[in-house]
Design a protein around this ligand. Structure first.
Ligand code: SF4
Length: 704
């Protein structure tokens, strides 16, 4: 007998609908689910091959504990006792904040919620954050400043197909979420204009009407230049600015100092192109700006997002049908993961942990005193950088759930050293990831189709990933682990391991917050193919489109951001003369912990590489495939050359999915945005030269 289950992809924020067919006693097969509106049956290669993740060969199936330097198999009681006793002892000796929690943007809403609750009321620690901080935090901050609310897209994806002019800044859906590309193609088929801004002529840029190719770090100046032209050429929608916004004068003065010729000198984008794009966008009846990691992963990421939102506001392209600013979130639950409490400064419902009313509401749901809740903790990189340090700010123990910072964190060699210096590192994961390999205790967790839970996709649509198969024997869910640890640490109520029960509590905890899920239930999601938040009541239809009548600010008006252009934290010089930018390739996903275990994906993208322009290759006297050493102030990586004229001659690109000698994040700069605390993944200064140590080639440490 074959069971058929409608569920969703384990990977990115599109959360494509798929059907899993699981013959009794055999593996699961991915099939189309044409009725789900976001992807209408289409899947990329990652989704199509996701059934391989369920094969037991690559899975952890028993807890592991470290003994005399090596990991050995252990029973669940032994592993959980060791974790609980260690957390209790370290908390007692060094204070509650010395025990930290590091979550992930791929965790279900239920897990993210329960993890935040576990940290605050079981461990009593303020030390919790998650890898989603590295994904969308600058866009989240920019959204909240301008609109008073952060949802990746304030409209469904289908609206993209019907806008007249769309500027996509630093996003490459052709490689990161191919089924979404259909909406961009339809936009052009409908007569619209697609403009892509990217230092690389990506597969997405190749499909655009206009491609602007600024220097890495040039997006803020470029947006100021566009605003300058809108103002100078009288393309500002003055009625919209007057009635629906505040702060235009603040934005205007900085923009007036960025005339097109000056911006050309700063970014490499010609003054003619700047004028052309400003006119196309300004004159269109409807328009959108979408940003992704390209402009966001910078030490000026929040201001860059603000500058692009300013362009939308000046042109009157926000808070109207088929117009607005949006962010293409990356991780599977990058949206929901930031709404329900695993972020250092938040409580469920997108509430601020510093807001007395929010503390009182959530404490009431949790049955604790508001004063017992910790305050804001430190951001993801700050947390990782404090691991193992002595003194009042040092973190001595860490629980990692659904993250692999050894590969994905900036300045990764330093982060690895810090992880090694902990007194107790506990990792819950489905495979022995590079971070799990360093752990003192490894807890094998169920994944994706082995458990039920909700996710919130990049549109703010809450969907239900339904369990389709049983996890391997010996594996437990993260909710079960949290229940067991809570009980061992003296909290034997409030930590159910049934996801729907957790979701019912999440609904109450989020009620009245910005991300209000009170009216969403598993039954509704099944019946309606997802429900958009905010949805405050069972009879509320959900909110596919935000801001059509008012923005979520106290006065209902959008706020122009007061932004100032500045250089990136690190700019090329004589010692490090090139820009390095990093990103993803189509067959791999994030740190590769899952996709590097899928044969077809590995065959398509087996290892890291350094993309460089033919002019640079000639200067270095290297040919395609030659090993290159890329060195920054933080370390050195070695990977083969991939020569292409789609990149600027002053810039090299490396994908970040691999550990070992080709790890891109060995090089990246942890300089943080002052508001979002986003590290500067997308721009650092490097030196590139032929590698003489061919033996330490790119394959080292690549395969699991
Ligand atoms: Fe999965 Fe994203 Fe590919 Fe869709 S686009 S199949 S969600 S990885």
């Amino acid at each position: 007998m074959t069971t058929t289950t409608d569920t969703h992809c384990p990977y990115c924020s599109l959360q494509c609908g798929m059907r899993l067919e699981a013959p009794h006693g055999a593996g699961a097969r991915v099939a189309e689910r044409p009725g789900f509106p976001v992807n209408r049956g289409a899947l990329c290669g990652k989704g199509q091959s996701a059934g391989e993740l369920l094969a037991p060969a690559s899975r952890l199936s028993t807890p592991l504990v470290r003994e005399r330097g090596a990991l050995r198999a252990a029973g669940w009681d032994e592993a959980l006792d060791r974790v609980a006793e260690g957390f209790a002892a370290i908390g007692a000796e060094h204070g509650a904040d010395a025990v930290g929690v590091f979550g992930g943007g791929g965790l279900t809403n239920e897990k993210a919620y329960q993890l935040g609750k576990f940290a605050r009321i079981v461990l009593g620690t303020a030390t919790i954050d998650y890898n989603g901080r590295f994904c969308m935090s600058s866009a989240a901050a920019g959204n909240r400043i301008a609109f008073g609310l952060d949802r990746g897209l304030p409209f469904p994806l289908e609206d993209i197909a019907r806008t007249e002019c769309l500027i996509l800044v630093g996003g490459n859906p052709a490689e990161t979420m191919p089924p979404a590309l259909r909406y961009f193609r339809e936009l052009r088929e409908n007569g619209g204009t697609l403009i892509v801004v990217d230092p690389r002529r990506t597969r997405t840029a190749q499909q655009a009407d206009i491609h602007l190719q600024p220097l890495p770090g040039g997006d803020l100046a470029l947006a100021l230049g566009l605003l300058h032209v809108l103002i100078a050429d009288r393309l500002v929608d003055t009625e919209f600015v007057r009635t629906r916004t505040t702060g235009f004068e603040r934005a205007r003065s900085e923009a007036m100092a960025h005339w097109p010729e000056r911006v050309e000198a700063l970014t490499g984008v010609t003054a003619g192109h700047i004028r052309e794009v400003a006119h196309l966008f300004g004159r269109a009846r409807t328009g959108m700006v979408l940003t992704a990691r390209g402009p966001e992963q910078h030490s000026k990421g929040t201001d860059t997002v603000g500058a692009w939102i300013n362009v939308c506001l000046a042109a009157g392209k926000a808070g109207r049908l088929r117009s607005g600013y949006g962010c293409l979130t990356g991780q599977g639950n990058g949206q929901g993961g930031r709404e329900h409490g695993q972020k250092a400064d938040q409580l469920p419902g997108y509430r601020s942990i510093e807001d007395p009313a929010a503390r009182e509401h959530v404490a009431g749901v949790w049955g604790v005193a508001p004063d017992s809740l910790p305050r804001s903790g430190r951001s993801a990189y700050e947390l990782l950088d404090s691991l193992g340090r002595t003194g009042p700010d040092g973190v001595r123990a860490l629980l990692v759930m659904g993250s692999n910072p050894v590969v994905s964190a900036p300045r990764a060699a330093q982060v690895t050293r810090r992880l090694r210096s902990l007194d107790l590192l506990v990792v819950s994961d489905l495979v022995l990831s590079e971070t799990a390999q360093l752990a003192d205790v490894v807890l094998p967790s169920a994944q994706w189709a082995e458990e039920t839970g909700t996710m919130t996709n990049l549109e703010g649509r809450v969907i239900l990933r339904q369990k389709a198969v049983e996890p391997p024997a010996g594996v437990r869910t993260d909710l079960w682990v949290l229940r067991e640890l809570a009980a061992r640490l003296g909290v034997d109520r409030g930590f159910p391991d049934d996801p729907e029960t957790v979701f019912e509590e999440l609904r109450r905890a989020s009620a009245g917050g910005q991300a209000d899920y009170a009216g969403i239930s598993y039954a509704r999601i099944r019946a309606e193919e997802g429900v958009f938040w905010p949805c405050p009541a069972a009879d509320h239809p959900g909110t596919p489109r935000l801001f059509l009548e008012a923005f979520a600010t106290p006065d209902g008006r959008a706020r122009f951001a007061a932004v100032t252009d500045r250089p990136s934290a690190e700019v090329p010089d004589a010692d490090y003369p090139l820009h390095l930018t990093t990103g993803r390739v189509l067959p791999q996903y994030q740190s590769g912990a899952q996709t590097r275990r899928v044969d077809a994906l590995n065959a398509a993208a087996p290892g890291p590489f350094v993309e460089l322009h033919p002019l640079l290759a000639r200067r270095l006297a290297v040919a395609d495939g030659d090993l290159l050493a890329v060195t920054s102030r933080r370390g050195r990586a070695v990977a083969p050359a991939r020569i292409t004229d789609t990149i600027r001659p002053d810039t090299v690109f490396m994908p970040f999915h691999w550990p070992g000698t080709g790890r891109a994040n060995t090089l990246t700069n942890p300089a943080l945005d002052p508001t979002s605390k986003m590290p500067e993944f997308k721009n650092c200064a490097v030196r590139v030269e032929p590698a003489r140590d061919a033996a330490a080639g790119p394959g080292a440490g690549v395969r699991p």
